[in-house]
Design a protein. Structure first.
Length: 127
């Protein structure tokens, strides 16, 4: 008998599905994103917590040994030195669960992504 895949409808339900130590990390990331982009809306996309403002800003997800942060490819160059230890496949970021999460770096990435999305929205508007 196959187990049914859990479908998350909210970030709260996603976070609640993990052990307490991981819940705490995920909640810290969520609060950091909210502080950096208070105008962003929450949603679930690709079964991951996602923040949206003028397009997708950032996704994050918990894995066995790390927290993955996705949708940050535009920020890889400006923050190359800071991100180098965390860069995973396809430009995704991987923060080990057993080490402090660099919340200030996540805040910088989100702020950068907001500016990037605003610029894209202005360019589309101007066409």
């Amino acid at each position: 008998m196959e187990s049914e895949k859990v479908i998350f409808k909210t970030i709260d339900s996603y976070i609640a599905s993990f052990p307490e130590n991981v819940q705490s990390i995920l909640q810290d990331i969520r609060e950091t994103i909210h502080a950096a982009a208070p105008q962003a809306e929450e949603k679930i996309s690709y079964q991951m917590p996602t923040f949206v403002y003028k397009g997708n800003l950032i996704y994050f997800a918990a894995f066995k040994n790390h927290i993955g942060v996705f949708g940050t490819s535009g920020a890889l160059e400006p923050f190359h030195d800071e991100l180098a230890p965390f860069t995973g496949p396809k430009g995704n970021l991987q923060f080990p669960i057993d080490k402090p999460i660099p919340l200030d770096l996540i805040r910088k990435i989100v702020t950068f992504r907001v500016a990037e999305n605003l610029k894209k929205a202005e360019m589309k508007k101007g066409k």
